[in-house]
Ligand binder design. Structure first.
Ligand code: TIU
Length: 231
């Protein structure tokens, strides 16, 4: 029996067929969330970004309990950095106008080489560790669809709808929703289960742009209605 759930959302009610819906957990990696990681070195506000950890854990547990497909992503590069474009490397280095940090992708930080696959800092935080059988997508870009197998993995599981969480709202979360929307997925971002590095209005603007204009890129919902629907 196909069970279709509906929750209050913006711009209007989000309905999703449970068997065809995946939870996407974007880049909940030590490098983005913990002190001495890549994000803090770049100047990110750790308190702001860490706010989504506990809500995302609740969301993950509820989706696991409902038997949903779970997909985790990790941003990072192969050790020789051959999959890191020079534009990305150079713009995340210190320059005369941006002296806030002087370590770049691939350099050795306290959590290992920054954003390099296999390093301690590149992996997902202990609270949200993937379980065996869950999909883990390693991506070189901000979006989850560029240069990854995620589209094939979602299609192989007959996924049409994505509930989206993770960090950062303004960067990889928003980019992934935009990429997914262009590929026909019905996306719903969860307010409490995403956060970013800018404690002013980046998160609010990023979420507003998703649902603006009758759902330009998709839907946005609060966590509690979703937890109520799933349990
Ligand atoms: N995961 C993710 O958002 N990667 C970033 O680089 N985020 C920034 O905000 N820089």
């Amino acid at each position: 029996v196909l069970s279709v759930l509906s929750i209050d959302a913006k711009p209007y009610i989000y309905s999703f067929p449970l068997q065809h819906t995946a939870l996407l957990v974007i880049d909940m990696q030590r490098d983005f969330l913990l002190a001495k990681g890549f994000g803090e070195i770049q100047g990110g506000n750790l308190e702001a970004v860490q706010a989504s950890i506990t809500p995302t854990r609740k969301l993950l547990e509820a989706c696991r309990g409902a038997g949903m497909t779970i997909v985790h992503t990790r941003e990072g590069h192969v050790p020789d950095l051959s999959d890191c474009p020079s534009s990305k490397l150079v713009r995340q280095a210190a320059t005369p106008n941006n002296t806030q940090h002087n370590l770049i992708i691939g350099d050795k930080g306290e959590l290992g080489r920054l954003l390099v696959r296999g390093e301690y800092g590149h992996d997902i935080i202990d609270e949200l560790k993937p379980l065996p059988g869950e999909v883990v997508i390693d991506k070189p870009g901000k979006g989850s669809f560029w240069n990854t197998a995620i589209l094939h993995k979602l299609k192989a599981r007959a996924i049409t709808h994505l509930i989206v969480s993770g960090v950062t709202t303004e960067c990889c979360f928003a980019t992934s929703i935009r990429e997914a929307n262009d590929r026909g997925f019905e996306c719903c971002g969860i307010v409490e289960a995403t956060s970013g590095y800018n404690d002013s209005n980046f998160k609010q603007c990023s979420l507003d742009m998703i649902h603006w204009s009758q759902g330009l890129f998709g839907f946005v919902a609060n966590l509690q209605p979703l937890l109520d629907a799933l349990t």
